[in-house]
Design a protein around this ligand. Structure first.
Ligand code: PLP
Length: 371
């Protein structure tokens, strides 16, 4: 990356790690269906099982607990629909792949800082007929706010409920894994960690009985039918191994994020930083430029070579109202002016300079034209 562009949209997707690219290349060169018993099949199976061990080690799980899926969205669906829950409670700030997986799910409110209300969870579970499942993300994709997943798991277990954690954004950025969180089900996605898009996993604790959502060849111990995505799985495993050893990058990223935040607030002291009072991911900054639509900011920054996102962008690229900021009680007019800046392990100080200059220039222009 030259200093003429700044990729600051890591929560959308992270760059492919060289280790993952190498593993993908090797896997693509391997002919063979992992279910075939001949030597090519066995070689493909060895690639899958090596990657499964890498993903499992990354999450402190046993290899048999890993179910490969087509990504975080499918893993979330599998958890919410396949674990046999009769009642599902999800936090108001979950990704749409959780919020929409079970249309009748109960919604758990969050505080103005964007943290789920655990007392409300306790009260709701006391009157919810089981078997119940609670879904709470590790960290929010828009604000970076970290959720009290271990506490929520303890409450869920006290009521005999299961806890599913969508750890897509938190995994790798926080020194926490499924075991330390106490989650019964946990979702991760490769492309947020430096692996390829289109592959992810659901970590299923041994006591959870999973029903597959699709019938077929019985792969993944009957929990997810379909011939394995060999190259994707290989890249995912390599990315997890690299991410497991890359924890020391995050204090530097946190310092850069802090610097970006300080400098943007020095330009516009009235700018709201969403979730600022809560514990956040080290890489995420959700900030508003009052009176300037997020889409305008994203376009102006893009013209200056700076790539960020306008809160929740859906697949069409259109900007939708953010259900996350909504749940935090942010007025619609303010939420429309919020952008998400997200950094990663290779973000440089020069990229932050570019961001601050471009955002500051837009701020000055809009203030001058309003005067
Ligand atoms: C919190 C969260 N969960 C799930 C997903 C979906 O993951 P995938 O893109 O692998 O389907 C995303 C992707 O943005 C996410 O941020």
């Amino acid at each position: 990356m030259t200093s003429h562009t700044a990729y600051l949209d890591w929560n959308a997707t992270a760059p492919l790690r060289p280790e993952a690219a190498a593993a993908i290349g090797e896997a693509l060169a391997q002919t063979g269906n992992p279910s075939s018993v001949h030597s090519h099949g066995r070689a493909a199976r060895a690639i899958v099982e090596r990657a499964r061990a890498q993903v499992a080690a990354f999450q402190g799980a046993a290899p048999a607990e890993i179910v490969f899926t087509s990504g975080g969205s499918e893993a979330n669906h599998l958890a919410l629909r396949g674990a046999g829950a009769r009642a599902v409670l999800v936090s108001a700030i979950e990704h749409d792949s959780v919020r929409q997986a079970v249309p009748k799910a109960g919604i758990l409110e969050v505080s103005p800082d964007g943290v789920v209300d655990l007392d409300a969870l306790d009260r709701r579970l006391a009157v919810t007929p089981g078997p119940a499942l609670v879904s709470l993300m590790l960290a929010n994709n828009e604000t970076g706010v970290i959720q009290p997943v271990a506490d929520a798991a303890a409450i869920a277990h006290r009521h005999g409920a299961l806890l599913h954690c969508d750890a897509v954004q938190g995994a790798g950025k926080l020194a926490l894994d499924g075991t330390s969180l106490g989650a019964d089900l946990l979702t991760i996605s490769a492309h947020k960690l430096g692996g390829p898009a289109g592959i992810g996993a659901l970590v299923v604790a041994p006591h959870v009985l999973m029903a597959a959502l699709q019938a077929g060849g019985g792969q993944e111990r009957g929990r997810r039918a379909g011939t394995e995505n060999l190259s994707g799985i290989a890249g995912f495993g390599a990315a997890c191994a690299a991410a497991a050893g890359g924890g020391d990058a995050w204090p530097r990223v946190a310092a850069l994020r802090g610097e970006a935040e300080r400098r943007l607030l020095a330009i516009a002291p009235e700018a709201p930083v969403y979730g600022a009072a809560a514990a956040r991911l080290p890489n995420t900054l959700c900030i508003g430029m009052p009176g300037v639509a997020a889409a305008t900011q994203v376009m102006a920054l893009d013209l200056a070579g700076v790539m960020v996102s306008a809160g929740a962008a859906c697949s069409s690229g259109k900007v939708r109202r953010s259900h996350v900021l909504d749940a935090m009680g942010v007025a619609a007019a303010d939420a429309e002016c919020a952008i998400r800046i997200s950094l990663g392990w290779s973000t440089t100080a020069a990229e932050i300079d570019l961001l601050v200059d471009a955002w500051g220039a837009l701020y000055a222009r809009t203030r001058a034209s309003a005067a």
